[in-house]
Design a binder for this molecule. Structure first.
Ligand code: TXA
Ligand code: MG
Length: 333
């Protein structure tokens, strides 16, 4: 199959919407990462997603809709807290897990009786959903286990030959995935930190339970290998003198021929002298925006090891820590 990268003209969006209605897969931009979309009410179409990504079938998909009205098409009963959260944060990088309606196939929910729903902010994503006239289930559009794609080129590199169309909306604004919040128990439970910080969530939702990774995987996807480039990733803990330890690791790895690279904030680059660096920008938001792209870039430049600077917990920092711990497979230095 040939894979076409299409600009986001209304003709191309219509073409892709038609493909979705016909049971085909279409990759599309959202403000978080690129999604690999299919008609969420068509089990056969959803199965194609798992095949294209090499994704385990017990890892459920997020259902994307264009408005709160459409949420009720897939959710049994929308709890009052969901209405409050939606008013504050949707469209945006928040995914809510609620009891599903029978029309949502088991293939989409990995056999669970709940469904994860999100309203993306990207105008291309919204136009595609509206034109398709059906909810669109979509995981991140990467091969399973790889860093999530934040450009159309990343999707192309992973899924060339496996899907017909990629809508190219440029680089994703946020760069890491949505925050997943489970609303099916008494207290809202944060299953995956993401583009919306726990602090912001608490302002509206009150107390929320943070599900520790390492405990039972409530967000089924979080138990699998994730966000891994070909290079080995080492993630530094955050402390005052981390640059010194990062330099020591770099020099040892360099001597053993590993061609390492340091992922760092631009303002810290001078601490690493003439060692190879990839600068992620000046803020943690920049770090989130560039993280997945830079992990892929490190592979393109044949670095054998990426040493990623640590960040302070809190805000988008918690989401960065989550992604980097997973990306490193727990190799914390
Ligand atoms: O920003 C995002 O969320 C992107 C864009 C494309 O929307 N999507 C995304 O999808 O990151 P994916 O499949 O890579 O991650 C979805 C996560 C997985 O960890 C999955 O296990 C969890 O959401 N999830 C989906 N349905 C669930 C459910 N019913 N209960 C608990 N977790 C669920
Ligand atoms: Mg993913």
């Amino acid at each position: 199959m040939d894979t076409k990268i299409l600009s986001t003209t209304s003709e191309n969006i219509k073409l892709c919407a038609k493909a979705v209605k016909n049971g085909e897969l279409v990759a599309f931009p959202t403000e978080t990462v690129y999604g690999l979309g299919a008609n969420a009410l068509d089990a056969t179409a959803a199965e194609k997603i798992y095949a294209a990504k090499g994704r385990p079938s017990d890892n459920p998909l997020i259902v994307h809709v264009a408005s709160m009205n459409e949420v009720s098409a897939v959710v049994e009963k929308i709890p009052p807290i969901a209405v409050k959260l939606a008013a504050a944060f949707m469209p945006g990088p928040l995914t809510l897990v609620m009891k599903k309606k029978p029309c949502v196939p088991d293939t989409v929910t990995g056999g669970l009786d709940t469904v994860a729903v999100r309203i993306p902010k990207s105008s291309t994503a919204l136009s595609l959903i509206r034109a398709a006239g059906v909810p669109i289930c979509a995981p991140s559009a990467n091969l399973s286990g790889r860093p999530s794609p934040t450009t159309a080129r990343h999707v192309y590199n992973d899924l060339y030959g496996k899907i017909p169309y990629i809508l190219d909306g440029g680089a994703c604004k946020i760069g890491i995935e949505s925050t997943v919040l489970d609303l099916t128990s008494d207290k809202p439970r944060l299953l995956r930190p993401g583009g919306l910080s726990p602090e912001k969530l608490r302002e509206v939702a009150g107390e929320i339970e943070i599900v520790q990774s390492g405990k039972v995987a409530l967000c089924p996807g979080m138990k699998y290998k994730h966000y891994a480039p070909k290079a080995e990733v080492l993630f530094s803990a955050y402390y005052e003198n981390m640059a010194q330890s990062i330099c020591d690791w770099y020099d040892r790895l360099s001597q053993s021929g590993k061609n390492p690279v340091i992922l760092c904030l631009s303002q810290n680059a001078e601490k690493y002298g003439d060692r190879a660096t990839l600068k992620v920008g000046r803020t943690y938001e920049d770090y989130a925006h560039n993280l997945f792209a830079d992990l892929r870039l490190a592979d393109d430049r044949c670095h054998g090891v990426v040493i990623a600077e640590g960040v302070e917990d809190g805000g988008i920092g918690s989401s960065l820590i989550n992604r980097l711990v997973k990306s490193s497979g727990g190799r914390i230095i």
